[in-house]
Design a protein around this ligand. Sequence first.
Ligand code: TGC
Ligand code: FAD
Length: 385
Amino acid sequence: MSHWLDLYRMDDLLSEEERIIQRTVRDFVEKEALPHLPELWEKGEFPRELASRMGEIGLFGPTLSGYGLPGLGSRAYGLMMLELERGDSGLRSFASVQGSLCMYPIHRFGSEEQKTRWLPELASGKKIACFGLTEPDSGSDPGGMKTRATKDGDDWLLQGSKMWITNGTLADLALVWAMTEDGIRGFLVEKGTPGFTADSIKGKMSLRASDTASLAFDEVRLGPEALLPETRNLGSALSCLNQARYSIAWGTLGAAMACLEEAADFSRDRVSFGKSLDENQLIQKELADMLASLIQGRLLVERLAELKDAGEVTAVQISLAKRENSARALEIARRCRQVLGANGISLEYQAGRHACNLESIITYEGTHEIHTLILGKEITGKAAF
Ligand code: TGC
Ligand code: FAD
């Protein structure tokens, strides 16, 4: 990695354990994932084998404790996400969904039986899970969901559908949020349960190396053990999003770093008008602007990690970091793509792929606008959603 990418020497702050984690994930991405990513992206695939390898390295639910989980700190988790997204947002997304959106709620809201059954297998990547909150007609406003779970004796009957669900067709387990007579609650629905189907969404122009699906539930009968007993209302679902939004705030910096390093290398080697591109002031300004933005993003998440480990982080602080770092990464990726000229639209380079991916990242886990409104509400006390 180029030394100037860490101009503020953030790596000096890392513990020995964090350094090992950083190196391990970076090696995994560079040697085992990156060589295959352009092809996977083009084919629109996320291979299951990658999940098992990511589990072996400990990338799923690493901040959770008990059930064989390591209980690592928030910076270690952030570094994992950053290194994964240097490869591709699809890798980080897979880990965010498995760890933050599925293992976290099972750990926090599940019964002892649910935790013992699912957490070790999800941590190892032997089983894959997905998180179903968004519906065809309600994304930003999940409180408007139409999926219903109604009581039938001791059982539940689940009816409805979910849309844009990461890991949806790969998943052995779907964590599904549904309206009940007691408000919104979470349910664990296993693959193969009669009436439950998952279909891959084709034709994506973004996050292609990721499985995105629609889920349908047609009179799906679930036993009482399917309910996550401690889920209470929409707040339970939204609390999971805080975990995943935190991972995005770190991860997107990785995508931006990959693009910036590539653009700097390219502009050094590319000759135009008899001199290398990076001798031009316009190109140097691009590189300087992007580095300054990247470093600001890193300082933001370093503080966020401290607050999180102290148990003091707020949802609004996480919203700001998700909003800012997704937007800065997208801007950096687009500007790098432009520095590369026509090469920037080729899968032989990374910037175009990252830029396309990052269009999803500013949209999922709360769109840029929704996070703007969350900040607006914090400032004014008025909800303008
Ligand atoms: P509102 O009345 O404001 O809140 C309902 C209850 O929830 C509480 N709450 C939160 N709790 C924890 N964390 C948060 N971030 C919370 N935000 C709100 C709130 O205090 C309240 O609790 P209570 O006890 O008073 O009932 O709800 P609202 O319906 O007005 O909506 C607020 C809004 C718009 C901010 C919320 O709906 C929202 O965040 N919308 C965006 C939806 C979203 O982000 N969906 C993401 C789906 S998952 C995904 O995209 C995965 S992508 C894959 C990957 O991560 O890689
Ligand atoms: P809408 O809510 O319809 O919004 C459309 C536009 O209107 C946006 O620009 C939005 O910002 C704007 N808007 C909406 N309301 C307001 C308002 N009040 N004021 C101003 N502007 C507003 N969901 C899951 O549950 N699980 C997943 O695993 C998952 N994975 C995803 C993977 C990918 C690749 C993508 C693209 C999405 C994924 N999502 C997932 C869904 C994602 O969370 C939603 O797309 C997102 O919350 C936005 O919802 P929407 O697409 O319905 O847009």
